[in-house]
Design a protein around this ligand. Structure first.
Ligand code: URA
Length: 438
């Protein structure tokens, strides 16, 4: 018979107390088995959002979520008889964030193993699996044995995380999503790190987003989230480093599914938008360093090895890397109303528009439109003339155009072109680097 009950745990946090180890272990376990009801866990999540958790509570909560399920172990991975080091990357989520697509094969092309267990999109941020599923034949569900074989032979895999990894987080995340309790440093840090530690990667590079299109709106909060996750990783023996990167402007020139795959392939072919290339190379450099590889990641983007690795990764999961990507039957455009310089392109507005066009889902389990998305033709710092193309909207369901246009109504600011300082409007992309002890 337990000495705990849900109401007293909720009340303790509501009143601003730190939860004890045994309260945390009990409540996470009881929630996983169904003994603590969804409405009780929702109330506790809200109390955590409002009252916070100290580092010890966060670490214990993370451990309890890991203990709710199975742990994977890549220790037996070998190539040519030699152990393969695993390095993973995780982004806290942003608009147009397709970086995993070029990054995983790029890093694998240097002989490291990249087990990228990913999720599907919910709300305005896209999901990596939804994007890759726009490639004809590609499948996200891969069994554990197949995963090991693909990692040993190809080096990179992007697939669905099995339901056995941190099941407490899966249930809790679904609740948080519908109870306005996502934006909390303790809850985000423990959610992400429980999955990554359970996944068993040896090293981890985090991309912590900050800005209007991210969960963290201020640089101080983003730094605190980064420090919290880096410390959780280090405690669990996972070598962890974080980059804090800007997410007020969406990444690249596209948000959606097939359109983002297309843009990623451009990067793998040695082209693509400058910001996507910059972030891919910065994260790759961290992953190579964490994996003990001394190399410049730009080399394998330029010489085609990263593209070879991409093709092998897609084909290994049933995808046809040469098949044409789906295109939408319906397109509309939005043009500039005046001459000037773009001073702002709002990531949230773009993300919501792509979502409303059908690229994302409003409820778990809904189908997404692979063809749907937004392409933008100007970024902060670009000069435009009245009538120039700002956005192309694509969908299979044209009745969605109105709602998408509404989301974009205030997404772009065009100011007078004063001639100087225009190039600074884009702002820096990589804002900070956080390691243990920083
Ligand atoms: N991604 C996660 O996996 N969990 C969160 O809480 C937020 C983003």
């Amino acid at each position: 018979m337990s000495t705990h009950d849900a109401v007293s745990v909720i009340a303790a946090k509501r009143d601003g107390h730190a939860l004890s180890d045994s309260q945390i272990d009990w409540v996470v376990d009881a929630f996983t088995t169904g003994a603590v009801a969804d409405e009780q866990m929702s109330a506790l999540a809200m109390a955590i959002v409002l009252r916070g958790m100290d580092r010890h509570e966060i670490a214990r909560w993370t451990q309890a979520m890991i203990a709710s399920g199975e742990r994977m172990d890549f220790g037996a991975l070998r190539r040519d008889g030699r152990p393969l080091r695993t390095v993973d990357k995780h982004s806290t989520g942003g608009v147009g964030d397709k970086i995993t697509l070029p990054l995983a094969p790029l890093v694998a092309s240097y002989g490291l193993a990249v087990p990228q267990l990913s999720g599907r999109g919910l709300g305005h941020t896209g999901g990596t699996l939804d994007k890759l599923e726009s490639i004809p034949g590609w499948r996200a569900d891969v069994g554990a044995a197949e995963m090991m074989t693909q990692l040993a032979e190809v080096g990179a895999i992007v697939c669905a995380a099995g339901s056995g990894l941190a099941p407490a987080d899966k249930r809790l995340y679904a609740l948080r999503d519908v109870t306005a309790t996502v934006e909390s440093i303790p809850l985000i840090a423990s959610s992400i790190m429980s999955k990554k530690i359970a996944e068993g990667t040896a090293a981890l590079v985090l991309d912590v987003k900050v800005g209007s299109g991210a969960f963290m709106k201020s640089i101080d909060d983003a730094r605190e989230l980064a420090e919290t996750m880096v410390a959780l990783g280090a405690d669990a023996g996972v070598e962890t480093v974080a980059l804090v990167t800007a997410m007020s402007t969406p990444l690249g020139l596209t948000a959606g599914n097939a359109v983002e795959v297309e843009e990623s392939i451009e990067v793998l072919a040695g082209g693509g938008p400058g910001d996507v290339v910059e972030l891919t190379l910065a994260l790759a450099a961290e992953m190579l360093a964490a994996g003990g590889v001394d190399a410049d990641p730009a080399t394998n983007l330029a010489n085609g090895r990263a593209m070879d690795s991409w093709r092998a990764m897609i084909a290994a999961q049933g995808g046809d890397p040469d098949a044409p990507l789906p295109r939408a039957d319906h397109q509309e455009t939005i043009t500039a109303e005046r001459d000037g310089v773009v001073s702002r392109l709002d990531a949230m507005g773009v993300g919501v528009a792509a979502w409303r066009l059908g690229a994302g889902r409003a409820r778990q389990g809904e189908a997404v439109q692979h063809e749907a998305g937004v392409r933008w033709h100007a970024r902060p710092g670009d000069r435009v003339r009245a009538g120039d193309l700002l956005f192309t909207l694509s969908t299979q369901t044209p009745e969605r155009f109105g709602a998408a246009r509404e989301a974009l109504a205030d997404a772009v600011t065009i100011v007078d072109d004063t001639g100087d300082g225009v190039s600074d409007l884009a702002g820096p992309l990589i804002l900070d680097r956080v390691t243990v002890g920083t």
